[in-house]
Ligand binder design. Structure first.
Ligand SMILES: Nc1ncnc2c1ncn2[C@@H]1O[C@H](COP(=O)(O)OP(=O)(O)OP(=O)(O)O)[C@@H](O)[C@H]1O
Length: 623
């Protein structure tokens, strides 16, 4: 078998078949570092950077011992100073990788691998090249899953041919190379960041984060976030990531910080940013390379299509695994020359500081609490009064759904309310991050006021839509959740999200079918493990859950995954209405909850016992 057909056989018939047929690849590494576990961290991307993300001024006090509140903050050294746009970075990076491959003794093999891989990519690209608007974003999201296996295949083909010194090899660690909040970094600092990039590629414990932009028109619309990224750098290829940028375009600001958090929380300096169709490749470059604690610049390339034969995404992604070996110096040189030629804009934090001080003086509690209290009162109250809304993507494009209309769900059945147009004002609610889904709903974070360009800070809330718009059962499950959350006794119980309203929209092209949407309070981020809660928080949670059972007769049914992970327990910073600085632990997702539970008490009740046992194991682990 010649080499080309060998490679083709390997790819087409799978690893096991190829192992049988080929003596040259007969002994692939037993444990490959680019295993699926390493490739797929998670496909959800909860925003790691809340909208009230600390400014650089706030970051300075991060190390204060009184800092007991859980906050997702960048430490000063993690915060990129500025972003540098290098349109030629991608081709330069790719050709450098190709030159590296070509310098191997069996130079021809890189072409053969490229050929086989390109074929696969381009067959995938046939789907992508269909009219974009015909592709539902859910389909695109599912297709993004193909990238991981492609990269894995490519890395497997490549690795055995590389010289020992750069080979990923069998000994390197497989699995996610994540740091968890509370771990210590190499400098002994507590890591206080939790993010979920799309997945993390890991080689020799050097990871690369792949950050997915969960928005269907991020790069296809002129005002999509990726195009806005390019637009922002059109006049100057160097931009400060500061309060000025936050004011001009808060989405862009959050995106750049999110990239930095995704990378830095995994001690990783390389990333791919993509939205299924287009991608950027980028790096965090230390300002002072001699000091590992120096702050960083974010450097990224121009937008490239995923199916481009020039720079196939899968090869570029794989190349990131080897980037540190041959691209570091060149990258620094390029960055420095752009920054020198352009000059670094001045950092201007004064107006923001003044604003914050004014707010602090007016409030009652600690600074963070007062700000939120004020914001909550001013910005989220109108949500409860909205009668009709349309969903809008961050670029202003209306989502495909008809306007939603508030309805009295405590009295009405789903399909009987009139949705005829009225002269009432239709609010535009802007979806932002796609937070994820369960069996029932797709969940988005949204902001109020909705304009990304508004000067005032915005508050987030949650939009829950049924997973399958035309399935009446999903809408009925959401309605069930709404009824529970709105019941007078539960509405005041802080452990559950506040419901701002239930709405419905008529589905076009269906015989009178309607879908339900819920607007809920944003309860923060899900915890990964029980050990993410302190002992005091677990005690409080157990007490609250017992109240939920005994006083409110609610049996949640879905508190944990089948592996006992607490996926419906969320944490958020301190309550806006309390002077306490403790973070809040909340329970979400009442779509399947029973509301007629006669609880036999914590000794006998299955759900209470299960939570006590699972959280108890984690306490045992801590001790
Ligand atoms: N109120 C909220 N605040 C913050 N994030 C939320 C909120 N509600 C949902 N989410 C996010 O959305 C994800 C999916 O939500 P949820 O579990 O409610 O979906 P579901 O379809 O109702 O679940 P299930 O399959 O259990 O019925 C959650 O894991 C969480 O990340």
């Amino acid at each position: 078998m010649d080499h080309t057909s060998l490679v083709a056989a390997f790819v087409l018939t799978g690893l096991e078949e190829a192992r049988k047929d080929t003596p040259r690849l007969a002994t692939p590494p037993a444990v490959h570092p680019n295993s699926p576990a390493a490739l797929f961290g998670s496909f959800s991307l909860p925003s790691p950077v809340p909208d009230d993300f600390a400014t650089r001024a706030d970051i300075q006090d991060f190390h204060e011992p009184s800092e007991s509140t859980w906050k997702q903050r960048l430490r000063a050294k993690d915060s990129p100073d500025c972003a540098v746009f290098d349109p030629d970075l991608l081709p330069a990076f790719f050709s450098s990788f190709r030159a590296f491959l070509d310098s191997r003794t069996d130079a021809a093999f890189s072409d053969e691998i490229t050929g086989v891989l390109l074929e696969i990519i381009q067959s995938d690209a046939k789907d992508y090249s269909r009219e974009f608007d015909q592709l539902h974003w859910r389909v695109l999201r599912a297709q993004a899953g193909r990238l991981g296996p492609l990269v894995r295949k490519f890395a497997k083909l490549l690795d055995p041919h590389l010289p020992e010194s750069v080979r990923a090899g069998p000994d390197t660690r497989s699995g996610r190379n994540d740091h968890h909040r509370g771990d210590l970094d190499p400098d002994g600092d507590v890591i206080n960041l939790e993010t979920k990039p799309a997945f993390v590629l890991s080689r020799d414990q050097v990871p690369s984060a792949v950050v997915m932009v969960q928005h269907p028109r991020a790069s296809t619309d002129p005002h999509g976030i990726l195009n806005r990224l390019i637009e922002a750098f059109r006049s100057s290829p160097v931009q400060r990531i500061d309060a000025g940028l936050k004011k001009r375009d808060s989405h862009l600001y959050s995106l750049l910080l999110r990239i930095a958090v995704s990378c830095r929380s995994r001690s990783c300096n390389t990333f791919v940013l993509f939205d299924y169709l287009h991608y950027f490749i980028g790096f965090l470059v230390p300002l002072d390379s001699s000091s590992p604690t120096s702050s960083f610049r974010l450097v990224f390339s121009a937008l490239a299509r995923c199916d481009s034969p020039e720079t196939p995404l899968v090869q570029v992604t794989t190349a990131l695994l080897y980037a540190d070996r041959f691209f570091g110096n060149e990258l620094r040189r390029r960055t420095d020359s752009i920054v020198e030629a352009t000059g670094l804009p001045e950092l201007d934090l004064e107006p923001v500081k003044e604003e914050e001080e004014r707010e602090d003086k007016e409030g009652d509690g600690g600074p963070a609490t007062r700000t939120r209290q004020k914001l909550a009162a001013h910005t989220l109250a109108p949500l409860e009064k909205i009668q009709r809304f349309r969903l809008v993507y961050p670029d202003g494009t209306p989502a495909e759904f008809a306007p939603f209309v508030r309805f009295n769900f405590l009295g009405d059945a789903v399909s009987t309310v009139s949705l005829e147009a009225t002269a009432e004002v239709v609010s535009m609610l802007e979806m932002d991050d796609y937070l994820g889904h369960g069996a029932t709903s797709d969940v988005f974070r949204a902001y109020w006021p909705s304009s990304p360009f508004a000067a005032e800070p915005r508050m987030s809330f949650i939009v829950k839509l049924p997973r399958n718009a035309s399935d009446p059962e999903k809408s009925a499950d959401l309605l069930h959740e709404a009824k529970l959350l709105a019941s007078p006794s539960l509405a005041e119980f802080d452990i559950v999200p506040r419901l701002y309203g239930a709405f419905k929209a008529r589905l076009e092209g269906t015989e009178g079918k309607e879908m339900v949407a819920l607007l809920e309070e944003d309860c923060g981020e899900p915890i990964d493990w029980w050990k993410d809660l302190t002992d005091e928080e677990i005690d409080q949670l157990l007490e609250d859950l017992t109240r939920l059972h005994v006083e409110h007769h609610i049996y949640h049914e879905d508190l944990t995954t089948e592996y006992s992970n607490p996926h419906n327990i969320l944490v958020s910073p301190a309550s806006p209405s309390s002077s306490s600085t403790a973070r809040r632990v909340r329970v979400i997702d009442f779509a399947w909850a029973q509301d007629d539970h006669e609880c036999e008490g914590e000794e006998e009740c299955g759900e209470l016992r299960m939570v006590r046992e699972c959280s108890g194991w984690s306490r045992g682990g801590k001790a």
